[in-house]
Ligand binder design. Structure first.
Ligand SMILES: *Cc1c(COP(=O)(O)O)cnc(C)c1O
Length: 422
């Protein structure tokens, strides 16, 4: 890659403009104050992976201390009656409200993988009675989603129908319409594609699936807390999502699941445990499922792992997802501009949808040298993530990411790519 002095000068001007623009955008940002509410470390120059693991809120030290001293240390098992038993469902209602779900349809517990397994099995079994034996998923879904579907298909004698998607985009309504039919039991699709950041047409695709008599399970891992979502209004049947991404619940914090009201009594999930029983403390001889959402729970909920999540849910309730989305769009558009200035001229390619409603809160940019570039970036405190074979993901977590951080991080990607190519 050769750069003429004229090109280099033009790029420098662009870079100066960008740094000044980033400062101005931060100064005018109505959500700017919240960035300081997260733990920040001088060694982290630019954190661009909030879509994989959100930063911790600084207030957590105090929250954990209070939890240990009071809820756990002093109240001990009395806390189960004083809130812990209800906690997965109370938090579920609050996360539900952030994704457009009325109360009593969402709960927190298990990992996303386990919740997907429970819901895929439950939906497939309910549909088996009507002779529907196919599960539809796209071939670039997050690995765990594909693996769960393959596993359930093998277990229950179902067929997997793969939709082949463009990795720089995502699943379209037309593709779904072409594949669903009288044999379709369930579709499992992601609201936001983990690789490209493509936002699917949840409402249109759900309607198309329903017209064909199928159920739909949406994976909200990359949308919950950052993309306005209307599960009830869009007629969604089932959903599950992570809480450690844009919900900042911390590494391995439990996932949430949504089961539409009228489906709850019709579906049975495969991991029967005492916490899903009609009467938890009856200690009866046979399993009798709870009539409502509680039947989707299995064992003792991971209460400790919900402390950080609750703090972030509070902040999101205060700010509102619409405002978060507005900043997400501004950050993502700015990141695209910064990439066009610093990185794309070096031969990298943007592998995400164009600006607009079908673009989520992260961008993927590809170049064969990016595995090596990512290592160099991490060493200097610039932290995007690498997704094989050749993608760097630039994730923008609106409440904790500043425009200046985006500019510094993307400029560093350009510097390290230039060094790798030298
Ligand atoms: C992050 C992510 C997961 C992770 O599942 P875990 O069980 O929490 O490891 C699953 N699906 C998608 C789409 C994701 O982005």
């Amino acid at each position: 890659m050769t750069t003429t002095p004229v090109d280099a000068a033009a790029q420098d001007t662009g870079a100066l403009d960008l740094a000044a623009r980033a400062a101005a955008l931060d100064a005018a940002d109505p959500l700017a104050e919240h960035a300081a509410a997260f733990v920040r470390d001088d060694h982290v120059v630019s954190y661009l992976d909030g879509n994989s693991l959100g930063r911790p809120l600084a207030a957590l030290e105090e929250r954990f201390a209070r939890f240990i001293a009071h809820d756990w240390g002093s109240r001990l098992i009395r806390s189960w009656d004083e809130g812990w038993m209800r906690r997965p469902f109370d938090l579920g209602d609050r996360i539900g409200a952030l994704v457009g779900a009325g109360a009593g349809q969402a709960f927190v517990g298990d990992s996303t993988t386990v919740l997907l397994y429970k819901l895929v099995r439950a939906a497939a079994d309910a549909q088996a009675a009507t002779g529907r034996t196919e599960v539809v998923i796209d071939d670039d879904s997050f690995p765990t989603d594909r693996f769960v579907v393959e596993g359930v298909a093998a277990e229950r004698g179902l067929e997997v129908r793969w939709i082949e998607v463009d990795r720089s985009a995502g699943v379209t309504l037309e593709q779904v319409e072409a594949v669903v039919g009288e044999r379709t039991a369930l579709l499992l699709l992601s609201h936001v594609a983990y690789r490209s950041g493509h936002v699917a047409d949840v409402e249109g695709i759900t309607r198309a699936a329903h017209d064909a008599g199928a159920l739909v399970l949406w994976d909200l891992c990359h949308s919950a807390g950052v993309i306005p979502t209307e599960l009830d209004a869009w007629g969604v049947d089932l959903a599950a999502g992570c809480t450690y991404k844009y919900l900042n619940g911390g590494p391995g914090s439990p996932a949430f699941a949504y089961v539409r009201d009228e489906l709850q009594s019709r579906l049975s999930q495969p991991i029967q445990g005492w916490m899903g029983a009609a009467d938890v403390f009856a200690m009866g001889p046979r399993f009798e499922p709870a009539p409502d959402l509680r039947r989707f729970a299995s064992g003792t909920p991971p209460v400790l792992a919900t402390v950080a999540l609750e703090a972030m849910v509070e902040l999101l309730e205060q700010v509102g997802v619409d405002a978060v989305r507005e900043k997400s769009i501004a950050l993502t558009d700015f990141a695209e501009e910064a990439l066009a200035t610093h990185v794309l001229p070096l031969g990298a390619r943007l592998a995400s949808p164009p600006a607009g409603p079908s673009r989520g809160s992260h961008l993927t940019v590809t170049h064969p040298a990016f595995r090596e570039v990512t290592e160099r970036l991490w060493a200097r405190g610039v932290i995007p993530d690498f997704r094989g074979p050749d993608g760097i993901r630039v994730g923008l977590s609106p409440l904790s990411t500043t425009f200046a951080e985006v500019e510094a991080g993307v400029a560093a990607i350009g510097e390290e790519l230039r060094a790798a190519l030298a």
